[in-house]
Design a protein around this ligand. Structure first.
Ligand code: GLN
Length: 478
């Protein structure tokens, strides 16, 4: 029996009842990886020699004692690789330090053993931009798992992991969770330290869990959240008990349904049906659905694809073959060395972002693009703030369509950018967002998962998790 089919909560109960051991759980994960990873490609690497030692030493009384957790390969953990799925960093590097989240998971008793695939430097929504390997959707191997945390979503969905961490700059936790049929939570900006996360766009990046259940997302967030002196954007505010409201249901809650999310002609009819079906059931359980308007939704893709590349172009300037990454030195001097290292180290999507970002920040154009995008971002923030005066949470789709086929948009990256329409505004506004599986749609004889998205006010993860928990109870009672 594969123990990795279980949730963290179930394994915790089994451990405490003496029905299993941390060693058995870790061995189960290793066996599942040997059987499945070749066809799905969710992991870039794993190390069970050390994991078994850690499992033997694990204290099961701790909140995550003996639970193996996979990490996206852009989150540093001591003595583990951290390639960001880039040729630039594919050099046998082992991180000398723990990201704050890695240290906190270890403190909570978790066992770190494996590194999951991603779009290079987390840029993308399909994991096709990984320079190292293709990850496939466990529900249909010809389709993308979503991205950029596609490896984390796929290994949880394929029961090669109990749970994983990902990062979300514009949807990279929620969208792959939606496409693979698992739970994904992007916390509020400032809720979780990014110390040790390789930066993509620093004003948008957050680390969060990909799990089998909403309760597990709450448990992982609990272990990771809280102030950190090493990340000045991480807020030193109270961390509530995120599991407390999971059973409370939605009776009396006000849920905002943004008109613009459903007016979008890109929203596939069957995805809309699944989401509207879920909203109807939440209403039947006592939630009040209130139509709201977020008029700047139509600007969010353009705003994000100016600000994120601008920040990326700055963050990625450190990869020069001197301080970080592989060096290509043909003996032509220092400039030729920079040029050679960057030309061969970065893949095409990363180069596209650096060029775009450098362009929008250039002195002649920053007023026209970068500064205007900042203003649009403020509008988006204000509209959410306004909405949350009327409603407790906002609900809608995660993605306009189920997982597409691998290679479908190979010549047209803009198509993927446009599909980020429902996720990126949460990053621009800094608010929490949760994706919870909400039925499937059939494509070519396969059932492909659809995710329901729940957004809440800044730092209101508990509210978002409560609605997610309520939806899970309704869905599972059917
Ligand atoms: N799909 C978005 C992008 O390509 C978001 C990526 C992310 O959240 N890391 O930038």
């Amino acid at each position: 029996m594969n123990l990795a089919t279980n949730s963290i909560a179930t394994l915790r109960r089994m451990l405490l009842a003496g029905e299993t051991t941390p060693r058995e759980i870790v061995e189960s994960v290793a066996t599942a990886i040997s059987a499945e990873n070749e066809s799905i490609g969710g992991y870039l690497s794993s190390d069970f020699e050390r994991a078994l030692v850690d499992a033997e030493a694990a204290n099961i009384e701790k909140p995550l004692g003996g639970i193996p957790i996979a990490l996206k390969d852009n989150i540093n953990a001591e003595d583990h690789p951290c390639s960001c799925a880039s040729r630039f960093l594919e050099n046998g590097y082992l991180s000398p330090y723990d990201a704050t989240v890695s240290a906190r998971l270890k403190e909570a008793g978790a066992v770190l053993y494996g590194r999951t695939n991603l779009d290079e430097f987390a840029m993308g929504s399909s994991t096709e931009n990984s320079a190292l390997q293709q990850t496939r959707n466990p529900h249909d191997h010809d389709r993308i798992p979503g991205g950029s945390s596609g490896g984390s979503a796929a290994v949880v969905a394929a029961d090669m992991a109990v749970a994983a961490l990902g990062s979300d700059t514009g949807g990279s936790i929620r969208q792959p969770a939606s496409h693979c049929g698992v739970v994904g939570l992007k916390p509020s900006y400032g809720r979780v330290s990014r110390y040790g996360l390789v930066a993509f766009a620093s004003s948008l990046d957050q680390i969060g869990p990909l799990t089998k259940t909403v309760e597990d997302a709450a448990l992982l967030l609990q272990a990771c959240a809280g102030g950190d002196k090493r990340d000045s954007t991480c807020l030193d505010v109270d961390v509530p008990d995120f599991t407390a409201g999971l059973q409370e249901g939605v009776s009396g809650m006000k849920l905002g349904v943004p008109r613009e999310f459903f007016a979008d002609e890109g929203l596939e009819p069957e995805v809309r049906e699944r989401i509207e079906g879920a909203l109807g059931k939440l209403e039947a359980e006592g939630a009040e659905l209130i139509e709201i308007s977020l008029p700047s939704t139509s600007f969010s893709v353009a705003t994000y694809y100016i600000l994120a590349p601008a920040e990326a172009s700055s963050n990625l300037s450190r990869y020069d073959g001197v301080r970080y990454g592989n060096r290509i030195d043909d003996g032509g001097g220092v400039i030729a060395m920079y040029r050679g290292s960057r030309a061969r180290g970065f893949g095409p999507e990363v180069k596209r972002r650096i060029i775009l970002g450098t362009y929008v920040l250039s002195s002649g154009y920053s007023g026209k693009y970068y500064l205007r995008a900042q203003k649009a971002r403020t509008l988006i923030q204000q509209e959410y703030r306004e909405a949350f005066r009327q409603v407790d949470a906002v609900v809608g789709p995660v993605s306009p369509a189920p997982a597409r086929r691998i290679g479908e948009f190979a010549d047209d990256p803009l198509q993927d950018y446009l599909a980020d329409i429902y996720t990126i505004s949460a990053n621009l506004a800094g608010i929490p967002g949760l994706s919870v599986p909400c039925g499937t749609v059939e494509r070519e004889g396969r059932q492909l998962p659809v995710g329901l998205q729940i957004l809440g006010p800044h730092l209101a993860e508990a509210t978002v998790l409560r609605v997610g928990g309520a939806w899970e109870m309704i869905r599972d009672a059917e």
